[in-house]
Design a protein around this ligand. Structure first.
Ligand code: FAD
Ligand code: SF4
Length: 470
């Protein structure tokens, strides 16, 4: 009998991500994760089994050909590997940093059954960084122009993806962005230590290099309305305006000084550079004891920003337990390493102020977990008589975000849900012909990659609509 060839042994553990040390990074806003070295990227790529029916691809909302780019990487064909990713994803350095890969592609990687899945996101990041640092980001050949013009409202991940894919199909995409910078939450929400602004800018520049125009400082609904855009030369519209309005707890004393919505807090820190006050005009109050309410990425980002701004103690107060925290696993671990405290199964019931109207204490109630609710997570239920108080100087409320109603209220005939999100089918088609929508404005707050997936699907549907019209 012929001897069977021994199978090569696959390393069960993924290559670890090099990071700034916790005691150093808690004092600066520089990026925490430093990225793989070339050798680490190759070692990690070599763990991929090159499955004939790869499950990872089914978990990627923008449909990247994952095994193919990994194969090119391990063969040292970096330029081709980066090109392979960009066939489907125009923001790879962003996705490689902030995608919840453990819930997406990596969740389906077959290696996850015996050890750690291939670190697909870190490889994507490494290739995107390699290409950008080389200073020669390749773009596909220009397609023949179709003569069709599409208005894209919002330059967040949904809008940038829709614009990139429309441009690649030969349409003229014009992005209208209300802020002075493209990126949406990527620039005004996610802090520099997780996603440097220069990277968002470089990938937005790439989208422009594909042929999309970017008009900054354009608040649609005020400067132009959607019906006006359709009357003045645009053949279709994509709405990717996100969910930028903060939600509040609705408890007594929430108006007190020193209590911020996470939106305001992160915009002050990120976009208006409050960490460099007085060199920049925007001040921020921090004090000794900071409490952040919530359990998602917004909460961990706010807590870690407060720590870097000099707080002595930062505590996340979350009404469920650690297992239910929706924040990225890696970022929860990073926050804990940096010394962020967590008080689980507790919820604020009121805030108590001093004589000058500044918050000084927060009253909470203990919670216990009941049966699962409609989200599938166990519902937190207050425990009677379990109230306690905490001393606080600053509170950041990070309990959710809802859509800004400006587009909905200025677009007659646009169907909207009771939560203010726009009604759209799985391809982004809304109740108005030629008007599509996707991202947080349709789903409510979700993830970067789901917004990008929606932008991609909508671009495909807009293309079909425009070509059919032709
Ligand atoms: P947005 O990113 O909100 O972009 C919408 C854009 O539209 C904005 O630039 C806005 O200025 C513009 N706009 C709005 N109204 C108008 C108008 N009327 N006219 C013109 N322009 C307009 N997701 C992850 O996957 N991983 C993470 O780690 C993560 N961390 C997060 C951290 C924070 C602090 C926050 C707030 C969110 C985080 N998310 C994360 C969620 C993710 O960022 C969002 O789901 C995603 O950005 C949604 O993309 P979008 O394009 O739909 O909307
Ligand atoms: Fe490679 Fe995992 Fe995808 Fe299989 S599932 S192709 S091992 S990344």
């Amino acid at each position: 009998m012929a001897e069977s060839k021994p199978k090569p042994k696959i390393k069960k553990e993924a290559e670890p991500m090099p990071k700034q040390k916790p005691e150093v990074r808690r004092k600066n806003f520089n990026e925490v994760a430093l990225g793989y070295s070339e050798e680490q990227a190759k070692t990690e790529a070599n763990r991929c089994l090159q499955c004939p029916k790869p499950q990872c691809v089914t978990g990627c909302p923008v449909e990247i050909s994952i095994p193919e780019f990994i194969k090119l990487l391990r063969e040292g064909k970096y330029e081709e590997a980066a090109k392979k990713i960009k066939e489907k994803n125009s923001l790879p350095a962003v996705c490689g940093r902030v995608c919840p890969q453990e819930e997406q592609c990596q969740k389906f990687c077959i290696l996850g059954k015996v050890g750690e899945p291939v670190s697909i996101g870190r490889l994507e990041r490494w290739l995107a960084d390699w290409e950008r640092k080389r200073g020669n980001v390749k773009k596909p050949d220009d397609p023949p122009p179709t003569g069709k013009k599409v208005a894209v409202i919002g330059a967040g991940p949904a809008g940038l993806t829709a614009a990139a894919d429309l441009a690649k199909l030969g349409h003229k995409a014009v992005i209208f962005e209300a802020l002075h910078l493209p990126g949406g939450v990527l620039v005004y929400g996610i802090p520099e230590f997780r996603l440097p602004k220069s990277i968002v800018r470089a990938e937005a520049d790439y989208v422009q290099s594909l042929g999309a125009d970017l008009k900054l400082g354009y608040l649609i609904g005020r400067i132009h309305t959607i019906p006006e855009l359709l009357k003045t030369g645009f053949d279709a519209v994509f709405i990717g305006t996100g969910a930028g309005l903060p939600a509040f707890l609705g408890v007594l004393g929430e108006h007190l000084g020193g209590i911020y919505s996470a939106n305001e807090f992160l915009i002050r820190v990120n976009l208006m550079k409050a960490y460099a006050f007085p060199f920049y005009d925007t001040p921020i109050r921090i004090g000794k004891h900071v409490v952040v309410i919530g359990g998602g990425n917004v909460a961990t980002d706010s807590a870690r920003s407060a720590l870097r701004l000099g707080a002595e103690e930062v505590c996340i107060v979350y009404r469920r337990s650690r297992e239910e925290m929706p924040a990225r696993k890696e970022e929860i671990e990073n926050a804990e390493e940096e010394g962020i405290l967590c008080k689980f199964l507790a919820n604020p019931t009121r805030f108590i102020g001093d004589e000058k109207g500044w918050v000084k204490q927060m009253e909470c109630i203990c919670m216990e977990l009941g049966p699962p609710d409609e989200s599938g997570r166990r519902r937190p239920v207050p425990v009677k008589g379990s109230e306690f108080t905490m001393d606080v100087d600053t509170v950041v409320v990070a309990v959710g975000r809802t859509p800004n109603p400006i587009i909905q209220s200025t677009t007659e005939g646009l169907a909207v849900t009771k939560w203010g999100t726009i009604v759209a089918d799985e391809n982004g088609k809304t109740s108005i012909e030629g008007v599509y929508a996707g991202g947080d404005i349709v789903t409510g707050e979700a993830t970067v990659i789901s917004a990008m997936g929606a932008g991609k699907k909508a671009a495909r549907a807009i293309h079909e609509y425009l070509m059919q019209e032709k």
